[in-house]
Structure formats: C-alpha cells, structure tokens
Design a protein around this ligand. Structure first.
Ligand code: C2E
Ligand code: CA
Ligand code: CA
Length: 394
C-alpha cells in the first residue's frame, strides 16, 4: 500500500483540521499540512507546490469549495481530491459530479465528522493510483520534444533538503528537474531524462540544469544561506571527455566554488565506460568538487565503484532506509553500508526518510544526513526558503 506523500487539508474549522491531521498521521501519510481558505490553497498551487491529495471542505468562507473546483481545473491540478462537508449528502454528490466534469480526480466524498475507518477505507482503496510518478502524467516524450522544452525554457528545478541528523541543520539541497509542460502540467524526470540520453541531447539538458542550479545557488548565497547544491549527473555526461571542463567553466563564469557543488552519480549507471567516468570524476575531484554515489546498494558493482572512484558522499537507497528498523534484511544492508562509508571517510545520506519512525531510527545510529518526505518533498526555490524557516523554527 502506498500512501499519498503530501496531503493538504483545506478547512476553516481548526478542530476539524487537527482531527483530520491526526487521523492521516495515524494512517502513515508522511506529510500533512493545513490551510483555512480557498485563496490560500490556490496561492500554494500557484507557487508550484506539488500536492498529492487535497482534502477539501466545500463550505469555506470567502471563495467556496464549489467555486474552487473550477480554479483547480484551470490550474491543471493533477492530484486526488477528497470532498468533505457538513451539509447533506446530496450537496457532496453534486460537488463530486462537478469536479469530475472538470476532469479532476475524485478519491471520494465524506460527511463530517470524518471517521478514521472511513478515511482509511478511502485511502487504501485508491492509494496505488496516488504514487506521484504514475499519477501526474504517465506519458513519455521524444528527444525532439525535450529539446524544444530546453529551448523554450520550460524546465525548472525543485529542491529537496538534505538535513543533518544530529542537529536538524539544513546543509544542502538536491536539484530535481521538472518540466512545466504547457498542456500536461508538471512532468517528472523519469518521463524525459531517458529520452534526452537516448536522443543524444543529454549534454544540452545537463547544461540547462547546471545553469539553473548555479544561478539559484548564487541567489541563496547572496541572501547569506550557506547551502551545498547537489545536481544529478547522467552516465552519458561522464562518457563525454569535455564534461569536466564544461563544469569548471560554468562555475568559474558564475564565481561558484567547487566545494559548494555536489555531483550525484547513480552507481548502477556506472557499470559501463568506467575508464571515461574515472577520468571525468577524477578531474572533478582534483578540483574539489564533491562527488556523491547515489542509490547505493541498487547496482551490481557497488564495491568495485567505491574502490575505484574518489567519492565524498554515499547515499543509501531508500529501499534500505525506509522501515529498516522493522526489517532485519534492510537493516543489515543499511548498517553495513553505513559502517563501510564511515571506514572510507565518507559522509552518509539516508534517502527515503518518510516518517517519524525512520527519522528516529537514524538518530540512533549516527547517520550524518537525511533526505525524504518526512523532512520535505522537493520544493520550488521560493518555497524552499520558506520551508527552511519553519523547519528551523520547529
Ligand atoms: P534520485 O536522484 O534518487 O532522486 C530522488 C527521487 O526520490 C526524487 O524523485 C524524489 O522526489 C524522490 N523522493 C524523495 N524523497 C522521497 C521519499 O521519502 N520517498 C520516496 N518514495 N521518494 C522520495 P524524482 O524527482 O522523480 O527523480 C527521479 C530520478 O530522476 C532521480 O532519482 C534522478 O536519478 C533523476 N533526476 C532527477 N533530476 C535530474 C536531473 O536534473 N538530471 C538527471 N540526469 N537526472 C535527474
Ligand atoms: Ca540523486
Ligand atoms: Ca537517490
């Protein structure tokens, strides 16, 4: 069963908000937030906030829940919708019908007060369809479409925080590329990075991504924020001899120091062309760029890669982190990865920290950094700085 990763409750009654939040947390929904008006909700959507499940009270002050449906449809809201009301059932049925007519995805409708059992049934019946990767748009794109998106500047970066486990300090942000498609809405990297690689335009894609990430890093630095920005590097990039020089040049042009940039390389993609990759990564490391081995444990030759390449950071894949505390097999792999990284003098990032129990588990075993929906989902840059303030305040 997969729970929606980010759930937003739109409800003006603070007691109902608390009750629903509690019930969702009991159901293991990793991130729940609330807002009290339709206007606030639309503002969040407009900033690019990626909501998976919206629980909407249709009786709101100001703009009501019926009117907001049209605004959601205008904004191509692609998440699921659960309608709640204290009115009679027929009002809910009308609202649900209208939402469907607008092309919105209705998870269900419930009358107040919402019982935990009701909520659980609704979420469990539908949740696999809420997995964000498959929910937003299952479409794949051609290299020509991706090339046009790059030229039209439709690509944008979302940032997911990397936080220190011991003092919760935000130390970095991973750039995760998104395509703001004019018709299809927000498109995830798994739907187009492969096309760029296969179509021989990965270099154009990576250049656009680096430019965007480096500009953002400069903006954060100008605000006094000391963050390392991590960028994902494709295996095709590492097959290009000139890649290291391109990175040096892009950073020099913007006055970005090598130590502030982390290059994340998926080790399962490091299996071919190792000689080229060794040269490129070696040159980058020589200039003090930080290298990170991503999704550690999922490839076939993890250990050989660690022997041959000078990585600074190891990211333990989420399939070994999430719920490792209750699964002896995951735990064994997690602990040995952590131990090995420590012996090799590398920093460790645990990926896929999705709930309080995962977070607690990390506190008990000296992992350096954490990343995952429990801390925050990937956010647009303005949201990221706002999120940072609330994270440090809490
Ligand atoms: P990745 O580098 O392993 O990135 C982490 C992925 O896990 C992201 O998906 C992120 O949204 C998701 N994630 C983060 N926290 C959690 C969690 O707690 N639970 C779960 N289940 N998932 C979590 P996203 O953004 O869809 O990216 C997918 C992959 O696409 C990335 O995996 C990376 O390999 C690739 N990618 C993303 N951005 C770029 C890019 O700019 N360039 C290249 N070449 N590849 C990219
Ligand atoms: Ca990564
Ligand atoms: Ca990863």
């Amino acid at each position: 069963m997969t729970m929606p990763s980010f759930c937003l409750i739109v409800e003006d009654d603070p007691f109902q908000c608390k009750l629903l939040t509690h019930q969702l947390q009991q159901l293991d929904v990793p991130q729940v937030e609330t807002c009290s008006s339709a206007e606030e909700l639309l503002k969040m959507i407009d900033t690019g906030r990626h909501v998976n499940l919206l629980i909407l009270d249709i009786n709101l002050p100001g703009m009501d829940g019926i009117e907001v449906l049209r605004h959601l449809a205008d904004r191509n809201y692609a998440g699921e919708l659960l309608l709640v009301s204290g009115e009679d059932e027929s009002m809910l049925t009308t609202a649900a019908r209208l939402a469907r007519a607008h092309g919105l995805k209705i998870l269900g409708q419930v009358s107040k007060p919402v019982s935990p059992k009701n909520l659980s049934n609704l979420l469990n019946s539908q949740c696999s369809s809420l997995e964000p990767k498959f929910r937003v748009s299952p479409k794949f794109y051609t290299p020509e479409e991706v090339a046009k998106a790059i030229a039209d500047k439709e690509l944008t970066g979302f940032y997911q925080p990397k936080v220190k486990v011991d003092d919760r300090k935000v130390v970095g942000a991973e750039y995760l590329v998104r395509w703001q498609h004019p018709e299809d809405g927000l498109v995830l990297p798994d739907q187009f990075v492969f096309a760029a690689e296969a179509g021989g335009i990965i270099s154009e894609l990576t250049t656009a991504i680096f430019a965007d990430a480096l500009e953002q890093l400069k903006r954060w630095q100008a605000k006094g924020l000391n963050l390392k920005v991590a960028v994902n590097v494709s295996m095709s990039d590492l097959c290009t001899h000139s890649f290291a020089d391109q990175v040096f040049e892009m950073c020099e042009k913007r006055g970005v120091k090598a130590e502030d940039l982390v290059l994340e390389v998926t080790e399962s993609r490091l299996e071919h062309n190792i000689t080229n990759a060794l040269e490129v990564l070696g040159r980058l490391r020589l200039r003090h760029f930080r290298l990170s081995i991503d999704d550690f444990g999922t490839g076939h030759s993890s250990l050989a890669r660690l022997r041959d390449l000078p990585f600074d950071e190891l990211k333990i894949d989420r399939s070994f982190t999430h719920r490792a505390w209750e699964d002896p097999r995951r735990l064994a792999i997690y602990e040995s990865s952590l131990d090995m990284a420590r012996r090799l003098g590398m920093q460790v990032v645990a990926e896929g920290v999705e709930d309080e129990e995962d977070w607690q588990f990390l506190q008990d075993n000296d992992c350096h950094m954490a990343q995952g929906y429990y801390i925050s989902c990937p956010l647009p840059p303005e949201e990221f700085t706002r999120w940072m303030q609330s994270w440090h305040a809490s």
